[in-house]
Design a protein around this ligand. Sequence first.
Ligand code: 9WN
Length: 433
Amino acid sequence: MELLQKKAIEVLNKNWKGNFSIPCANLYPFQWFWDSGLIAIGFAHFDMPKAEKEIETLLDAQWENGFIPHIIFHTETDTYFPGADFHLSNLHPQASKKYKSTGMTQPPVTGFVLEELYKISEDKKATLEFIKRNIDQVYFNHEYFYHQRDPKNEGLVYIYHNWESGTDNSPIWDDIWSTMNPPEYTFERRDTTHVDPSERPSKREYDHYLHIIEIAKKYHYNDEKIMELSPFLVQDPLFNAMLIKSNESLIKLYKLIGGHDAKIKQLQLWQNKSIRSFNDKLFDERLGVYVHYDLRNEKSLNYISSSSFSPLFAGIPDKKRAESMIKIMMDKFGREDQYLCASFDPSSERFNPKKYWRGPVWINLNWMLYRGLVQYGYKDIAERVKKDSIEIIEKNGFYEYFDSRKKVHAEENAGYGGHDFSWSAALLIDFIN
Ligand code: 9WN
């Protein structure tokens, strides 16, 4: 285990660029929102100044309206498409003047990351000072979500692009793609020069991704216009669970700091409403798990994915519901010949164990699942998630995602996508400490 930890530290240090981290070399050469948060948790175990700097750099790119972008383009490299010249964040009047970025966001992990840093810290006083300096910006980000992304005032925020979900080519989005018919754009993909195309989204999927951005750009990334016109408008259980988990952390941290009653009260109001709506609207009684809601077409997207179990991490289901969800997870995803936890329902015809978010196991989702299972008292299953996560890294290396079928790991390298991937290293460190 010591050797594995040593290697994980090497990966993080290699991907550290002086004031932020890249997810991995070549494939992802900039700073990504939710990667950054999860990477900071890894650094906190052995280099707190880097953990703090990672978060400070991310927050430094916050827009004047509280929005935090999903990619911050710190350099000019063209090894990634679509880059800064395509996204053109400066179309938005309140965009950061200091950094070029995208005009979309990613799961809001920063609140709970601050709490994790505090828990890990051996110098709580110093870490609390760091949190005091930064927490209001995270609060401002939540304010942005509740004011700009919750049109029905339900406490559930929408995402307007699959890249905002973090689960880019999930089969769930196929239902939305079938409502669209974007032009066939001419562009040069860069991801498929770094990674086997069979492990990445298709060209036609990219047409859809680009088309949504073109619409947003046409209206200068104006939230109201996006809400009105984006063909993709989804209430995502993973995204909303991250927001709820982060609300809870902000409440705890503000209490610890003291003197922030108004903010605590507001967070509590958001939190109560969000949890109520989440349970009422995003739970599918027939499937017995949480699902996505397509706000544009006003219908549930009834599929089981690893995002369906993420509400456990945020303490959203009651005990009875949690119990039945976990049973479903074990029946469908937890067979002995499978590693926990595939990113999409292995019994579905849309399942593909090699292709990105259509089936492979991801360490970040496993880490959340592990925490959720522990919180609900499912120690044995939690231990299996942890053991599986460590084993697939030990066997293959710090890949971006892994085949969920055990037999494949016995025969060949079953790690896919980017290699020496930062959050796989960071969360491995957290798993074993
Ligand atoms: C688009 C960086 C990001 C992750 C996402 C993952 C992948 C990007 C891409 O890489 O998405 O944001 O180009 O495929 O899906 O979760 O944050 O690691």
